[in-house]
Design a protein around this ligand. Structure first.
Ligand code: AMP
Ligand code: GLY
Length: 425
């Protein structure tokens, strides 16, 4: 079999690594891929960007791939799955209509209200004045979000009214996020602990993935600006068996059934970003129509089932008879970023040392590329060093030990990945 994976991050390297382990797979093509997927066994890169849907379809047809797996949200929201389906090519992910759950925060909030799915109180605006008047009745912190896709940068936590006002003006007047910020959502700030709950859906049935938790802030102790994610581990002990049931009953089933009731069949990964309050109430912060990055990296280390079997079962609507198996061992991944990320950061930083992957410790690449045979950084998040352990502490020790054996100029990584879970154990 030949599989095409679309994307260039750590998530896609982890997916390619897992797909390549399938005995049925001869070749994995990653478009555009990174320095890690360029050199991995059974794997090669193709120079087609993730937003070049026509180019990706041509690539899939030319290579006669058995199916295509999409990593990031942008091509999904742009309709890659519909385009492939029209050409009779198998592509796993939601249609453009279904991907609106991530592509439009206003759509997602209306959907949640309509179907009784718990989320923060909100209001939508596309004009400055009504948005500013709305601030009069609000308390702080307050969350201002660009409704459309803004590459993870469109959420502002305003600590006071002045910050809220400038966020509103930046989005609606200055068009800071272009058309993604032409409409905004202003919502109540939720307190609690976040968790990522991911399922795989086939239009009718779904299977749960193991739980996980990301670390959004750039610095230790959850300080500093939000990033795409600085590290993740699985499972997330905050999701107790009782809470898991609550998430299934209050969020996952009503979401998939609500989509169906609205005439939209949801196929693909569905990621509910949850806030778990100290009172045990859960609320949906956001939906993603894809796997998380970096959550996928520890998840792929823990997944014992063949990922190709799971994707094929989903494409053939057989998930009702499918059960994924997970290592009971936890896994934890630490992102090595370039100093300065998520702001300005240097590129072309030389990377060396012990970069090979084993079943217990994988070095997944994100922003890396090969330049004249030398591995260099080409993005803000550069590597995600991910390890399994008998317990979370061992997984974490292994990941950090490996980081010590990797050399990267101007590397920045958090020292405290897993702190919430370890505090609970
Ligand atoms: P989103 O893209 O909506 O997930 O937002 C990105 C991150 O912003 C979330 O993972 C949270 O850390 C934070 N966030 C978003 N909405 C809220 C909210 N209503 N209350 C508190 N934090 C939020
Ligand atoms: N790690 C968060 C996300 O993928 O959206």
């Amino acid at each position: 079999m030949k599989v095409l994976i679309v994307g260039s991050g750590g998530r896609e390297h982890a997916l390619a690594w897992k797909v390549a382990q399938s005995g049925r797979v001869e070749q994995v093509i990653v478009a555009p891929g990174n320095g890690g997927t360029a050199t991995m066994r059974k794997c090669r890169n193709a120079e087609v960007e993730v937003d070049d849907i026509y180019g990706l379809l041509q690539l899939a047809e030319r290579e006669d791939v058995d199916f295509t797996l999409i990593g990031p949200e942008a091509p999904l929201v742009a309709g890659i799955v519909d385009r492939f389906a029209a050409a009779d090519m198998r592509c796993f992910g939601p249609s453009a209509e279904a991907a609106q759950l991530e592509g439009s925060k206003a759509f997602a909030k209306q959907f949640m209200d309509r179907h009784g799915i718990p989320t923060a109180a909100w209001a939508e605006f596309d004009q400055v004045e009504p948005a500013l008047s709305h601030l009069e009745k609000q308390s702080y912190p307050l969350v201002i979000k660009a409704s459309g896709l803004a590459a993870g940068k469109g959420v502002i936590i305003a600590e006071d009214r002045a910050q809220a006002e400038s966020a509103i003006r930046n989005m609606l007047e200055m068009q800071q996020f272009g058309s993604a910020g032409a409409a905004i959502v202003i919502e109540e700030f939720l307190h609690g602990e976040e968790a990522s709950f991911i399922v795989m859906a086939d239009g009718t049935d779904f299977i749960e993935f193991a739980t996980s938790q990301d670390h959004k802030r750039v610095h230790d102790g959850d300080q500093g600006p939000n990033t795409g994610g600085m590290g993740a581990y699985s499972p997330a002990p905050v999701v107790t068996p009782q809470l898991r049931q609550q998430v299934l009953d209050q969020v996952i089933r009503p979401t998939l059934e609500g989509m169906r009731a609205d005439g939209i069949s949801y196929t693909g990964f569905l990621y509910a970003g949850l806030m778990i309050g100290s009172d045990g109430n859960i609320r949906v912060l956001e939906y993603n129509c894809r796997l998380g990055d970096p959550e996928t990296q520890p998840l792929m280390l823990r997944l014992q089932s063949d990922l190709v079997d799971l994707v094929q079962a989903a494409l053939q609507h057989r998930l009702a008879d499918t059960k994924p198996h997970w290592h009971s061992k936890p896994a934890l991944g630490v992102v090595m970023a370039a100093q300065g990320y998520p702001g300005e950061y240097a590129q072309d930083l030389a990377i060396g040392g012990k970069l090979h992957s084993t079943p217990e410790c994988a070095v997944f690449h994100a922003g890396t590329s090969l330049r004249d045979g030398q591995l260099v950084s080409s993005g803000g998040r550069v590597l995600c060093v991910t390890a399994l352990g008998d317990d979370l502490q061992q997984a974490r020790d292994r990941a950090y030990q490996r980081i010590d054996e990797i050399s990267m100029d101007q590397a920045h990584y958090r020292q405290d990945i897993g702190h919430r879970a370890l505090g609970k154990l």
